[in-house]
Design a protein around this ligand. Sequence first.
Ligand code: NAG
Ligand code: NAG
Ligand code: NAG
Ligand code: NAG
Ligand code: NAG
Length: 458
Amino acid sequence: MMLPVLLLLLSAFGPASAWIPVEDWESGNVTASVGESGQCVCHVFLPDTTFPADRVQHMQQVSKDLILEVEIQIKKMVSYEGKLEIYLKELKDLTVRVAMLQSSADNYIKLDFELLRIELREFEALVSQLKDSFNSSSPMFDSLYNEIRNMTLIVNQLETYDKSNLDVIRIEFAKLQKKLEDCQKEQDLIKPDIGNCNHTGIMSLSKPLVVQVNAHLNAGFQYGGWGKDSKPVRGYESMYFYGAYSSPSVHDFYLYSDYEKLILRSAFKQHTIPNGWQGTGNNYIVHGNSIYYQRNSPFSMTKLNLTSSKYDYRVIPAASTKFSYSYSDNQNLDFAGDETGLWVLYASEESKGKIVVAKVDEKNFGIQDEWKTGAFKQLAGNAFMVCGVMYATRSVDLNTEEIYYAYDTKTKEERHLNIPFQKFQEKYSNLDYNPTDQKLYMYNNGYYVSYNVRFNRE
Ligand SMILES: *[C@@H]1O[C@H](CO)[C@@H](O)[C@H](O)[C@H]1NC(C)=O
Ligand SMILES: *[C@@H]1O[C@H](CO)[C@@H](O)[C@H](O)[C@H]1NC(C)=O
Ligand SMILES: *[C@@H]1O[C@H](CO)[C@@H](O)[C@H](O)[C@H]1NC(C)=O
Ligand SMILES: *[C@@H]1O[C@H](CO)[C@@H](O)[C@H](O)[C@H]1NC(C)=O
Ligand SMILES: *[C@@H]1O[C@H](CO)[C@@H](O)[C@H](O)[C@H]1NC(C)=O
């Protein structure tokens, strides 16, 4: 930063003065005189705005500090090479590490490490959970457990180093998560109830699995959604979607071929919504390889077919823009996919703000049936469908949410429930069930969060 400024000054005043006769200097802010020993003395008066001497001095200091900082970082890098083992032994005490982390210039790194640690804790809990439910001391679990332990150590050590390590950690994480997924799949084989509605409703939710902050690495992108296709087409069973922004407006979607790619933020496709088709409200889902979202104008349910990249829309005349869920504005149309198909939840003047459950006929893209529930939309945090039953949530406190209401479209019966679950952050803008893995996907104040759902079986 310093060098170009100095060079500029030299070229402006040094060489130029040689070309200008002394007499011509007798004007303005430059004067010249002959010194005692006959040398030429020039006085240049430069106003502060042209030559900020004090600021230059400050910059020199800053630059010195920066050079020092760079030297420190380079030293760290050099010693890091091939010295990982030594560092592993030198576990610095927590306060030092926190201080160093706080002085880190890159907030994303801080955030990532914080998340990695949360993730590791979640992993640990999940693995021991899985282990318990398996009731076995399988070597697979033992090695997974050890790997998590090792990762914790490495994360703690690497947090003060450069960003490139982060990608290494991310890849390790993706591998770890893949193994965990395989474990869960193995468990699913033992309990083959995916797609089966042979139960009497939700019993409980697991602890939240905080996957990571959104792909923009921007915790300010509070409005968004993520998840998987609730009725994937062949070849896209592992696909994930994501979209978010700093306001409830919806203008692009990202698609990832699998979990690893999601973690690495490596999308295979970005759909930027063309002018006029932009949406709002963030209660979108992917179902049958189409994204269903709420279009702004005309206010309507809209479908982006990911196979053909074509857009289509339908106005729902009764649906009102007056009623949203409690955490975010503009959530007027909430899409949901379950074992029985595609749904859209909304509230109307006629329903007096209570949620109406509408079944969407996917072929004709129309409403084929509707049910009025007793849940006031504005009191609910969000709602989702499982096996033709609508579940509504509400806030208990900053860290706790509960499923408090259920409406069964088959029996037209409503039930009041009290199924609490933990939140990672207070507010969330998207909560949806996915029947292909029986998980809930939540976009929790910028973070990807998911829950395993357990059902009552008689
Ligand atoms: C001398 O500097 C003053 C500001 O300090 C400026 O307003 C003025 O135009 C300068 N005179 C010449 C001849 O550059
Ligand atoms: C768990 O495993 C132990 C020993 O292998 C066995 O005695 C016990 O009955 C098992 N418990 C369950 C709930 O399967
Ligand atoms: C964990 O680290 C220990 C010691 O560094 C090593 O012996 C072990 O193989 C590692 N385990 C796994 C599962 O990576
Ligand atoms: C449904 O559950 C009951 C009780 O657990 C069981 O007897 C029955 O076989 C199950 N039916 C199906 C289709 O899984
Ligand atoms: C999407 O487009 C493909 C190709 O045109 C078509 O076969 C499919 O039925 C469409 N899906 C939906 C849900 O509109």
